[in-house]
Design a protein around this ligand. Structure first.
Ligand SMILES: [Zn+2]
Length: 345
């Protein structure tokens, strides 16, 4: 019999068990402040430090730990309360493409250790979120990746991130609910609290067709729901906030996450440059807050200058009423496509 759900467990024991679950670092932080500032881009920043497209970013955890530490330090100094480890693509399937499938445990553990060290030097509470990105394979029935194998891959990553000192797991840029469920199960197996975020990059849906409303409903059906859930990456900052509006409209009151891109990418002098200014991302951060988002950060193109502007704006600008979609586009620019829910109007 399952010890946690058996009928002969006293109610007091169950209450204690529930309390333990709520004492993860992020839940505690959310109890003490209105919003948490997350970090910005990892990929963009590492490419600008010299990473080439043929090398998995996570290899740098072994070869250039100083540069990964500098990336984390820049987020902390810009005011981030939470940042992601450099482990987004460090699952067995993605590393196998580079002949490095055997290095999952090593590279994830190093990612968490480098991050933990920087967080512990911050002089304030900064949360280390163990990043896990998509497996890189299509799950059954569309593809050949089984649920069991997906759980196994995420679990391998999760255990190493935990052992390296991550406070929480951070599953992001996913596009399917099947993959989210596999990651959730891996979090449960490793005894970690987690957050989950999808990329709504295809006309307001994920590339697999999931809407923000469907995500909001799906997380509540999980046996171990995430501490927070939301949207990251996708297209531009205005599109990201439209997805967040969809999460809020679902009525789910679980804390939400917004990590939008700083504009769209251009190649400039051999570097990838995103056209969103720090001022635009400051407006984006305040609009996200006014939409009720609790964890606010940036994705691709979001550099320390953007994070500093977001931090300053969140600390100094008064809270406003919940913005309508036309206010979001007036401040951040037009949506790149019609939204997932537009057909209803
Ligand atoms: Zn991104």
């Amino acid at each position: 019999m399952d010890l946690m759900t058996g009928p002969d467990i006293a109610p007091a024991a169950l209450a204690v068990a529930k309390e333990v679950v709520m004492t993860d670092a992020l839940s505690l932080m959310l109890q003490t402040r209105p919003h948490v500032l997350a970090d910005g881009a990892t990929g963009t920043a590492l490419f600008n430090m010299g990473l080439d497209a043929a090398t998995p970013a996570e290899i740098w955890n072994a070869t250039h730990p100083d540069r990964i530490a500098a990336l984390h330090r820049s987020a902390i100094e810009a005011g981030s309360d939470l940042f992601l480890t450099n482990s987004f693509g460090a699952n067995a399937s993605r590393l196998a493409r580079h002949g490095a499938a055997a290095r999952v445990t090593e590279l994830n553990r190093r990612a968490a250790e480098i991050a933990r060290d920087q967080a512990d030097r911050a002089g304030r509470t900064v949360i280390v979120a163990g990043s896990m990105g998509p497996s890189g394979e299509f799950m059954a029935p569309m593809g050949s990746l089984t649920h069991a194998r997906a759980v196994q891959m995420f679990h391998e990553q999760a255990e190493a991130l935990r052992d390296g000192g991550a406070d929480i797991l951070w599953v992001e840029t996913l596009s399917s609910l099947e993959e989210l469920r596999a990651a959730a199960e891996a979090a449960r197996l490793s005894g970690m609290a987690w957050c989950g975020s999808l990329s709504f990059d295809t006309a307001g849906r994920t590339i697999m067709g999931v809407t923000p409303g469907q995500l909001a409903a799906a997380v509540e059906r999980l046996p171990n729901p995430p501490v927070a859930y939301g949207a990251n990456c996708g297209v531009g900052a205005s599109d990201l906030l439209r997805s967040v509006t969809g999460l809020a409209a679902s009525g789910n009151e679980r804390p939400t996450i917004a990590k939008g891109n700083a504009g769209v990418p251009h190649l400039q002098d051999g570097h990838i440059h995103y056209d969103g200014t720090p001022e635009l991302m400051a407006d984006y951060a305040c609009l996200a807050r006014d939409l009720g988002v609790r964890i606010i950060g940036g994705c691709c193109g979001t550099m320390p200058a953007h994070l500093r502007a977001m931090h300053e704006a969140l600390e100094t600008r008064p809270r406003g009423p919940r913005p309508a979609l036309d206010q979001i586009t007036a401040q951040l620019g037009a949506f790149s496509s019609c939204g997932a829910d537009d057909r209803r109007h």
